[in-house]
Design a protein around this ligand. Sequence first.
Ligand code: SF4
Length: 197
Amino acid sequence: MLDYWERRAKLLRRKPDQNAETAELGEEVRLASLVEESIVDGPGLRFVLFTQGCPHRCPGCHNPHTHLLAGGRLYSLEWILSLYDKQLACQGITFSGGEPFLQGGPLAKIAQAVHERGGDVITYTGYRLERLQELAKEDDGISALLAETDLLIDGPFIQERRSLETPFVGSSNQRLLALSIKGEQALEQIDQFNEFR
Ligand code: SF4
């Protein structure tokens, strides 16, 4: 049976729609990959963006191809949302990486649109929440994405603390932090999921 990281890496290797159009105008986000339906990146069925670029370089990272800022491909926010709108069964969106907070501004706009559609927003980050709160004082993008995140899964992946105990995290130092009522609801879903494992 594939473990958590192996399942995520398998999803990440899937190529996005090769016919996807990227807009010449409007805001864009740089992605390593996009998955329209995932059950391994948070509770419920989820639309997942794997962002490109990560400064953390955790030893043992399963997604090393997301590290370079120059990699991946640009996608327009409009096109991403048009794809999201086709996934009627999705509970919400997950931003993974890479490091999503490197592109906080455009991701916050996607998150806001997902909220307007009734969905919830989960953001993975290699930073700790306390560090993000410091950075947010001088970075509007980080501040905006924090404000639009319901459930934050924070902290770097630490190979020596790799764990399969808690769903949706890779190592035991990583925390699931509810930042809103929707985040608390997502945590309750995860607790229920845990009881049936
Ligand atoms: S934060 Fe995530 S993507 Fe970045 S190096 Fe660590 S495990 Fe890899």
